[in-house]
Every structure is written in C-alpha cells, then in structure tokens.
Design a binder for this molecule. Structure first.
Ligand code: IPM
Ligand code: MN
Length: 356
C-alpha cells in the first residue's frame, strides 16, 4: 500500500493542545480505515528557538520537505516578540511556505447551521454562508525585496511585488476552485492606487478568457472588507494577494462564529500541503483546555482531501463535527444559550465518538 507521510508541527501557545486532538482524530481514522498514514513530529516556532536556537531547525525543514503533508498548530507568543527578525517564530511558518513553494492558500469560511447565533452578524446575514478565500502565499509584500531600514534608521520599507507568473498560477487555482463551486470569482486588489494591483487585474482578466463558465468580478480591498460584513453571501470564491488575503480571511473567519472553526490548506504544484488552523497561538488561553480544536481537526479533513484524495474519510470527519455541533456541544469560544461547553480534549473525544 502507498505510504502517506504526515509531519505534525505543534508549535506554540494552543498549538500543542489543538494538534493533540487533531492527531487523535487522524490516528483514529487511519486505524479504522487502514489508510497507511505514518506520523512523525518535530519542533517549530518559539519552542524550537528555545530548544535549537532556530524557529525552523534544519531537521524540521528536512522532514517537512520529505513529507506528503504537514499539520501545523500555531507559532508565536509574547516571549519571542522582541527577537530579531530572522529568529521570530513567524519566520518558521514563512520559511516553510517559501521553501516548499506553498503558493496557494485555501481558506474556506463555512458557517455551520448550528452556530448562526455565534456569528457577529445577524443570523439571516450568514445563514448557509459558504465561501472560499484563495490567498497567494509566497509572494507580495511578505517576501518582496528590498526590505529593511534606511542607513540612518529613520525609515523602514517593504516591497509589494508580483510577477505575471505568480499572479497567473494563483489565478488558475482560484478559477478552478470556482468551477467546482458556484462559478463566481471576485478578485480583490487595490488597483486604484497600486501599480502591482493594476498588473494583478490585467493578468486575472486575461485568464478569465480561459474560464468562460466562471463569472469574474473585481473589487477594491477596502470595499471588499466592507462587503464581507455587509452582505457576505454575495461571495463564492475570492482571490487575492498575500497581505489582503491575510486580513480578509480573518474577517471572513469571524463571520462563521469563531476563528477557532476555520481550517486552511497551503498547497504547492506537487500537491504537497501544509494544513493549519487559521487562528494563531492564542497565548492568553494556552494550556487551559479552552481552545477550540475544530479548526485543527477540519485541517486534517482538508489534508485527507487535498493531499491524499481520501474524500470519504474527509467528509466523515466533517460530518462528525456537524453531528457534535447539532447535539449542542460547543467550546468556550462559541456562543449559544442552551449549549454544553466542552474543553479542548472533550471536544476531540466527542468528535471521535461520532466517527465510530
Ligand atoms: C496567517 C498568520 C501568518 C500570516 C503570520 C503568523 C505570519 O497571520 O497565517 O494568517 O500573516 O500569514
Ligand atoms: Mn493571519
């Protein structure tokens, strides 16, 4: 049987807690369905810096390069906020993204019908919300050169740069995703101000000729932020650059009740993938059993689907989560009147119970 190698990088803050639950679910489904998945683990982020002096130790990078899929918890925390740029925990995540060329970041925002009370918007505004943000992940202002400080240290600069190739390859991912969904794609940019966005719009518009079945629109990023909270259901797929995607995906996440619900996949052209919850390391609640493991568990579901084409196992996990929510079980980040609040590990166990 084909071996499927998964690397788990728990990271910092609530990363270990949510990964622990996600690993339990992955092991469970691997055993019951005999999926041939092998799991290894390694250190990443602030804790890796403490132990090895680097947020992305060589050993972790090597293991990551060899793996078919990676599950990452979260990185960062106040203890490492004052470290030099290259040693900050976030560099590990950015390093993995760029070393593995994980340019396509898929961030679905789906509201479970059992959680419409948890959304920050009125229930009717978000009922049945199901959208996908396709964020370019290895370019733009996150990686553009030059960056740095002026000689006198009186100013600092980053560069927002995109090549036609980079725009085209993320554009294709988005058009193809839209083809499999409701065939609506909204490209978000700042073409009224930024030259890089003018090029972005040109390339995406040209690509549209190859996908005549997809309806393409363009929106400026400030308007898109407003439209997401005004009428989120107008969107099917959004495609955008690295920085705008970072911001818009946090907004979209909150529409679904809690950022603790949203998974993500970052893929390269070889279908290697890094899967992680959209939430961060939440150091304020770390170690208290308050974290919601659903985003990490849904990240495992995305892994099974995108890296291993195990669609049935993936839907089983999603189904089990919906069953748990429909029975009124939630975690501390979610709101609801008659709900039963579970700890991180109780939620993991409940989901596994429904998988049996
Ligand atoms: C995310 C995070 C990262 C990003 C940070 C931790 C580097 O916010 O994945 O959205 O900005 O991309
Ligand atoms: Mn972010």
């Amino acid at each position: 049987m084909k071996t499927r190698e998964v690397l788990i990088l728990q990271g910092d803050g609530i990363g270990p807690e949510v990964c622990h639950e996600a690993k339990k679910v992955l092991e469970h489904i691997n055993d019951t369905k005999d999926l041939g998945i092998t799991i290894s683990e390694s250190a990443v982020g602030g804790c890796a810096f403490e132990e090895f002096g680097s947020p992305l130790p060589e050993k972790t990078l090597k293991l990551a390069q060899r793996s078919d899929a990676i599950l990452l918890g979260a990185v960062g925390g106040p203890s490492w906020d004052n470290l030099d740029y290259d040693l900050r925990p976030e560099r590990a995540l950015l390093g993995l993204r760029s070393e593995l060329d994980l340019f396509a970041n898929l961030r679905p925002a789906i509201l479970s019908k059992y959680l419409s009370d948890s959304s920050s918007l009125k229930p009717e505004k978000v009922l049945d919300l199901d959208m996908l943000i396709v964020r370019e992940l290895t370019g733009g202002i996150y990686f553009g050169e030059p960056r740095g400080r002026s000689d006198t240290n009186e100013s600092a600069f980053n560069t927002m740069v995109y090549s036609k190739n980079e725009i085209e390859r993320i554009g294709r991912v988005a058009f193809e995703a839209a083809q499999k969904r409701n065939k609506k794609l909204c490209s978000v940019d700042k073409a009224n101000v930024l030259e890089v966005s003018v090029l972005w719009r040109e390339v995406i518009s040209d690509l549209a000729n190859e996908y005549p079945d997809v309806h393409l629109s363009h929106m400026l990023v400030d308007n898109a932020a407003m439209q997401l909270v005004r009428e989120p259901k107008q969107f099917d797929v959004i495609v955008t650059g690295n920085l705008f995607g970072d911001i818009l995906s946090d907004i979209a996440a909150m529409l679904t009740g809690s950022i603790g619900m949203l998974p993500s996949a970052s893929l390269n052209s070889k279908n290697q993938g890094l899967y992680e919850p959209v939430h961060g390391s939440a150091p304020d609640i770390a170690g208290k059993g308050l974290a919601n493991p659903i985003a990490a568990i849904l990240s495992v579901a995305m892994m099974l689907k995108y890296s291993f084409s195990l669609n049935e196992a993936s839907s089983d996990i999603e189904g089990a989560i919906q069953e748990v929510l429909s029975a009124g079980y939630i975690t501390h980040d979610l709101e609801g009147n008659n709900n039963k609040k579970l700890s991180t590990s109780e939620m993991g166990n409940k989901i596994i119970e429904k998988l049996i």
